[in-house]
Design a protein around this ligand. Structure first.
Ligand code: NAI
Ligand code: ISE
Length: 336
């Protein structure tokens, strides 16, 4: 079966995902696209040589009989509306992060999915498909580290645009760690605190940068994450899990080593697209395969909701400077 896919939002990642599905992955075909900027949608159809209908509106695309599954890659505030419409239409949906921009919006999606009685949604937390993080999860589950006690992590971008403001360090950036650590540890968060070191002179006026986010999990694991989005030198994701019997470190991405001009060096990647390129491939192939099998897996609406709740509390902690409690509602058995 070829899964017929419609893309809502043909910006940077929408085009990337459409290109992957068309040129690299198997079992899926882009048959429909839309964007509020219709010229942009048409340009993507041309650039990728797609045989796809350009819809004027995301809702028309969702309703189309020849669309089996939808990719929601539009701006965050539009995700909730489209995911709800896809669930109501009985369509499978891959939604880029965030699932919704508020925890309440995520809850609306959960209620609709549970009511519909079938999992329809996969959330775009691609790190779960990264081979390095997968090895770490296997090591933890295989008890190779003993009980995990601490995580030391860093999420560094070389720079961010002027529109990037302090809470985005949580909602746009840390959101990946918030999901990844719940998944790695099979745990939930109990509290969050955010502290601000001296600000880098490279940061714009509207963003406090860097930040250190400290989390405690229900099982008592302590996590510190440095979020530094104007670090200048590259895109750098670090993660050490410290257990009772040893430490697992996230592997560095493969890169050439140079012996040159009296220096031994490795290149450092400059953006997330290359760093998680294979993870995006595996993530989307998993989505296509699961739609073909009629059984959606991977990060669920519940995971999107859990990350949103923790994210909201981290933003509160940015503002208060205090340790803020995180309370997760009980997970419906539907998501077990
Ligand atoms: P972008 O701005 O390049 O593209 C978004 C597109 O959505 C634009 O072309 C815009 O015109 C369109 N759009 C906005 N509202 C719409 C609506 N109501 N209906 C249809 N189209 C609409 O943004 P980008 O970077 O591609 O991000 C899109 C989403 O992907 C965001 O939610 C972002 O957080 C997420 N993202 C995820 C990443 C990851 O690592 N998993 C990396 C980058 C982005
Ligand atoms: C971006 O929006 C992403 O989602 C990337 O994966 C992340 O690493 C980056 O920091 C965000 O700005």
């Amino acid at each position: 079966m070829i899964v017929r896919i419609g893309v809502i939002g043909t910006g940077m990642i929408g085009e990337e995902h459409a290109r992957r599905i068309t040129q690299q992955l198997t079992g899926g075909e882009i048959v429909a696209v839309t964007d509020v900027n219709l010229d942009q949608a048409r340009a993507v159809v041309d650039r990728l040589g797609l045989d796809a209908h350009v819809y004027e509106d995301g809702h028309q695309l969702i309703q189309a009989d020849d669309v089996d599954a939808v990719l929601v890659t539009s701006w965050g505030p539009t995700h909730e509306e489209y995911v709800l419409a896809a669930i109501a239409a009985g369509k499978y949906v891959f939604c880029e992060k965030p699932l919704a921009t508020t925890a309440e919006g995520c809850r609306n999606i959960i209620d609709a999915e549970v009511e519909a009685g079938k999992r329809r949604v996969q959330v775009g937390f691609m790190r779960r498909y990264d081979s390095g993080y997968r090895m770490m999860k296997d090591a933890i589950e295989g008890n190779r580290l003993g009980e995990p006690l601490m995580i030391h992590a860093a999420h560094r971008n070389p720079e961010v645009p002027e529109r990037y403001i302090t809470p985005m360090a949580i909602h746009d950036t840390l959101i990946h760690e918030l999901d990844t650590f719940r998944w790695l540890l099979d745990d939930d968060y109990r509290s969050a605190q955010v502290v601000f070191p001296r600000k880098t002179r490279h940061a714009h006026s509207q963003v406090a940068d860097p930040q250190i986010v400290m989390l405690e999990t229900v099982k008592g694991v302590r996590i510190d994450v440095e979020v530094f989005v104007n670090c200048r030198y590259g895109y750098d994701i670090q993660c050490d899990v410290v257990g009772e019997e040893g430490i697992a470190r996230l592997p560095e991405p493969q890169s050439l080593q140079f012996r040159q001009a009296g220096q031994l060096s490795n290149e450092i990647l400059q953006d997330w697209k290359k760093r998680f390129s294979e993870a995006f491939d595996v993530e989307l192939q998993a989505f296509i395969d699961s739609v073909a099998n009629g059984e959606i897996g991977g990060p669920s609406s519940w995971d999107g909701y859990a990350a949103a709740i923790a994210g909201d509390i981290c933003v509160r902690a940015q503002e208060s400077g205090s340790i803020e409690p995180i309370e997760m509602p009980e997970r419906p058995a539907f998501y077990d």
